[in-house]
Design a protein around this ligand. Sequence first.
Ligand SMILES: Cc1cc2nc3c(=O)[nH]c(=O)nc-3n(C[C@H](O)[C@H](O)[C@H](O)COP(=O)(O)OP(=O)(O)OC[C@H]3O[C@@H](n4cnc5c(N)ncnc54)[C@H](O)[C@@H]3O)c2cc1C
Length: 316
Amino acid sequence: MNIQTEITKTSGADYDAVVIGAGFGGLYAVHKLRNEQGLNVRGYDSASDVGGTWWWNRYPGALSDTESYVYRYSFDKELLQKGRWKTRYLTQPEILEYMNEVADHLDLRRSYKFDTKVDGAHYNEKTGLWNVITDSGETVTAKYLVTGLGLLSATNVPKFKGIDDFKGRILHTGAWPDGVDLSNKRVGIIGTGSTGVQVITATAPVAKHLTVFQRSAQYVVPIGNTPQDDATIAEQKANYDSIWNQVKNSVVAFGFEESVKPAETASPKNGSGSSKPPGSAAVVSISCLAPFAILRPAKWPMMRPLTSSRAKSRKS
Ligand SMILES: Cc1cc2nc3c(=O)[nH]c(=O)nc-3n(C[C@H](O)[C@H](O)[C@H](O)COP(=O)(O)OP(=O)(O)OC[C@H]3O[C@@H](n4cnc5c(N)ncnc54)[C@H](O)[C@@H]3O)c2cc1C
């Protein structure tokens, strides 16, 4: 079955649906619309292949901060049982490999046109169709437009004064080229958020000299990326029904038990003193901490104590 020969059900349209993005969101949309609902779908991504965020963010040290057993699709039991990981958090190459396997398993790649940016989409009230325009000069029509653009896929290249005069190589973590070797180089890293911390940690041991430029200090904790033994992984795989039930009924969907105790009720001793505005601890946690597992009860005072043996085994 080839996308060109699939029949579009929407009268007068090139496709039933256009999906922008081949990350977790876009791939799932193509699967649902094409494989399950039988629609003729065209996907676009400005990247050269599937992966979304994980195709672009190839910088050294790139790592998930959701634990390996839950940073994956929940809908396919076969894929879940085939899942492979060795450590508590996944490295970027492992995630990209997983997404390639998903694309193969569900035969998704053939619905995509890669290296193609969608430049515009306009809804035509008269025809009831979307006109989707790409940077290759193509315009296609579709009844449905699904935007799986991602929340972190646009690179923000800062306009520092004098940046154009810099004689060295400028790299952006969100568009990291293959084959970069920073060993024995003088490296400057700007920014100390989650990504900055990851790339700093990976670059420091190999660079000749590393300078870190930090405007605002972040709250940083050790990742605790320990190896996971086969028994733990087997237990996780055997318990996916209850794991997804917990994840889907939780606030941050990271696979650990969350506190129901308001931050305002925590004592100063537990890290939320009266000098801080009510609720500030929780806000800080969600916006800047990596790994998010610090939000667990055992690590964070506002959280309930761990109860299950599975949860206990996942304490770092
Ligand atoms: C370093 C890093 C670590 C992260 N760790 C975690 C984690 O541990 N847990 C977690 O839950 N989340 C994490 N995230 C967030 C991550 O972005 C999401 O988990 C998820 O990958 C987003 O998937 P997505 O499909 O929504 O978007 P993306 O994966 O961003 O995919 C969007 C795609 O759309 C394409 N696109 C955008 N605009 C256009 C256009 N106009 N035309 C064509 N194509 C376009 C982009 O090229 C991109 O490939 C992390 C992000 C980063 C960068």
